[in-house]
Design a protein around this ligand. Structure first.
Ligand code: A2P
Length: 334
């Protein structure tokens, strides 16, 4: 056991995920003795309060990592990650990156600690945090795949505006007052937009493609049949997902409920007689994944429907990244 105190950089500390990371870190008691907060030149010199102390935000530059860091959590988008994460890694820092820049790179582990923690130690200086919609889905999927072998997945998502950062939240709030939008291509107030991220040549969106590819990588099932429709809904925070599954093995609904209930960080909320099921307002502010509306899909053999809800900014981004850092610390102190 070593008693080293670690040094952590947060890149994108002024953004929605970065600020949430600070909140989650304040709730935990990690052996980190030094924190440095980076953002773009726009935020240089801004003050952030963390653990009751004032910190000055620094501008991220090519020299930022020369002073030496153990870990960095990046939540500053793909372009920043592509440029600066390799520089940080070359200085001996382990980067946990929230963007999609490295997720499908075969040398970069894509990790949800409840699902594939064994991948963390295969890193070469960069670990990718999956997409928010993928993270919450793969907890129940892994729990059930081990027992019943998933053959096909149909995802339909209902994603909160916080997934589009501060500007997404402002579009909903301002739209409710009749003001124009800045982030989305149509008003999100009073609407559901079947469009998250850019459209690809095959008619899918990049968000849908991310869910498909990342699920295959995390579950280590490269040929798994998956389709997805991702929809932005006028909800401030927490993503909801309808997940339809086909298994190769038979199951009972009771056994499925027990399996999910016993899985780490899943909360089963499934008592429809009393109107109990997962809701965005229940999940917001928490790190667990809520699962309910569990019922047989009677249109196929071995089919199941689930409703899965989680806080997309916490478990879908900040908290998952911090859990990865916790695992890295544990592995160093063994
Ligand atoms: P800044 O606040 O200075 O623009 P969000 O996803 O909520 O929009 O947040 C994005 C985060 O990424 C912000 O903290 C933003 O800093 C940061 N960021 C964006 N571009 C860069 C960059 N080139 N270098 C460092 N940080 C960046």
């Amino acid at each position: 056991m070593n008693n080293k105190n670690y040094k952590l950089a947060i890149v994108g500390a002024t953004g929605l995920v970065g600020r949430t990371a600070l909140k989650v870190l304040e709730e935990k008691n990690l052996p980190i003795s030094e924190y440095v907060f980076f953002a773009s030149s726009r935020s240089k010199g801004k003050e952030l309060t963390f653990q009751g102390k004032k910190y000055i935000v620094r501008e991220l530059t090519e020299d930022s990592f020369k002073e030496g860091f153990d870990f960095a959590i990046f939540s500053a988008g793909s372009e920043t990650a592509k440029k600066y994460a390799p520089i940080a890694a070359s200085c001996g820092c382990i980067v946990v990156d929230n963007s999609s820049a490295f997720r499908m790179d075969k040398d970069v582990p894509l990790v949800v600690p409840e699902v594939n923690p064994e991948e963390i130690l295969n890193n070469h200086g960069i670990i990718a945090n999956p997409n928010c919609s993928t993270i919450q889905a793969v907890l129940p999927l892994k729990a059930l795949d081990v027992k019943y072998d998933i053959k096909r997945i149909v995802y339909s998502t209902y994603q909160a505006v916080s997934g589009a950062g501060m500007k997404g939240i402002l579009d909903l709030e301002n739209g409710a007052k009749g003001e124009a939008m800045q982030k989305f291509p149509h008003p999100i107030y009073n609407n559901c937009l079947p469009h998250i991220d850019v459209f690809l040549d095959n008619g899918y969106t990049k968000e849908e493609e991310k869910m498909i590819n990342e699920t295959r990588k995390i579950l280590k099932k490269p040929d798994l049949k998956i389709t997805a429709t991702c929809v932005r809904v006028p909800v401030i925070n927490s993503h909801s997902e309808s997940i339809n599954l086909e298994f190769s093995k038979p199951f009972t609904v009771q056994e499925v409920k027990e399996t999910l209930q016993n899985y780490p960080n899943i909360i089963l909320l499934d008592d429809v007689q009393n109107n109990v099921y997962p809701l965005a307002t229940i999940a917001s502010g928490h790190d667990e994944v809520y699962v309910g509306r569990i019922r047989r899909d009677e249109s196929i053999e071995n089919g199941l429907n689930l409703w899965v809800v989680a806080d997309n900014v916490r478990k879908g981004a900040a908290s998952n990244a911090i859990q990865i850092v916790e695992e890295l610390i544990k592995s160093k102190t063994k």
